[in-house]
Design a protein around this ligand. Structure first.
Ligand SMILES: Cc1cc2nc3c(=O)[nH]c(=O)nc-3n(C[C@H](O)[C@H](O)[C@H](O)COP(=O)(O)O)c2cc1C
Length: 173
């Protein structure tokens, strides 16, 4: 099914301090479960979300390389941490600090994924916003080859891994 077009606005909704946004997907990213907080933040009813691809809340300000990194990690059995700007049904947005992990069956095969998100630190969002902006700009010209190079050069210069950068950003207040 085609994704409905939503025009993004500058209206931000902030997550509450102790809230968790939870969803589960099948192995392709089709939503199989979401909690009440997910629905109220994204502005959709449960029937509008179930069996839809998780990209229903994809925001155009998110660089493609962030999702490539996420899928590369989780499909190989690792977990992903990252800051994600999500698009609400009304065009507004909300930032999350996301953790995605694989779910296995009893034979050890990946059968889906679970994502748990909490409120990101404001300083992390202030730091990541211009970086994402640059990654999106590079992708418009040179695709993920260009954004990937920028990201890994950035990490090299800072002498940190992706995970170290993300965890340290969330930890900083
Ligand atoms: C468990 C799980 C949770 C996800 N959560 C989000 C999310 O909150 N926002 C988002 O944009 N993409 C999320 N994704 C990634 C989407 O499946 C998709 O890769 C991304 O939105 C990019 O979509 P596109 O390739 O159609 O541009 C999630 C994927 C999984 C497996």
């Amino acid at each position: 099914m085609k994704k409905p077009h939503i025009t993004p606005t500058n209206s931000e909704t902030k997550m509450k301090e102790n809230d968790f946004i939870v969803s589960k997907t099948d192995e392709k990213g089709s939503i199989s479960y979401c909690n009440e907080i997910f629905m109220s933040m994204a502005g959709y009813r449960e029937q509008e979300l179930l069996q839809k691809n998780h990209n229903i809340i994809r925001h155009p300000d998110m660089p493609r390389i962030a999702f490539k990194l996420a899928w590369d990690l989780i499909s190989s059995g690792k977990e992903f941490f990252g800051f994600v700007k999500n698009l609400k049904k009304d065009g507004g947005y909300y930032w999350v600090f996301a953790n995605i992990t694989p779910d296995y069956n009893e034979r050890g095969k990946i059968i889906g994924y679970t994502s748990i998100r909490r409120k990101p630190s404001q300083s992390a969002i202030d730091t990541i916003t211009p970086i994402y902006k640059e990654l999106v700009r590079l992708e418009q010209r040179g695709g993920m080859e260009a954004s990937g190079k920028y990201l890994f050069d950035f990490l090299d210069t800072k002498k940190v891994t992706y995970d170290e950068l993300i965890i340290s950003l969330q930890g900083a207040s």
